[in-house]
Design a protein. Sequence first.
Length: 153
Amino acid sequence: MTGKLLRVVDVDAYFTPPPHIVPILQCTLEDGRVFNLYSVPGEVVFAINRIKGVNIENNRETIFEILPLFNSDLKDLGKRIDKVIIDEIDETTQLYTAKIYIKGDGFVISKKMVPSHAVFLAYLIDIPIYVSEELVIKQIELEAENEDSEQEA
């Protein structure tokens, strides 16, 4: 997708309450709108909260929880990674794709990533995250349609 990109200014990570527990990354955009990534790995929710200083008890650490321990060492990685952009959706699976832009000597390459992993990495090393406005609009429209159909039922 092409078009306008909106910068993510904050990321909140949480689980919806029972009975249907869903891990969510809620990206607050520069224009005040919100873009949600649903059903992300729970480990990413825990890790982002830990980066934000929220202590969540977990008796087994994952790579997402160990990497922040090396945050000062990872700052050099931030010099090589330019940005993350969430700009694709597979219409069949309804899964988003992010691209991470890696700077080389005189060139930039992009690699496709799982969006929650890309957001975690960007949040960890403090690089900009962007979302395609087209995806934001699609998500808002879809959520409105779902609310209308729930009210009719």
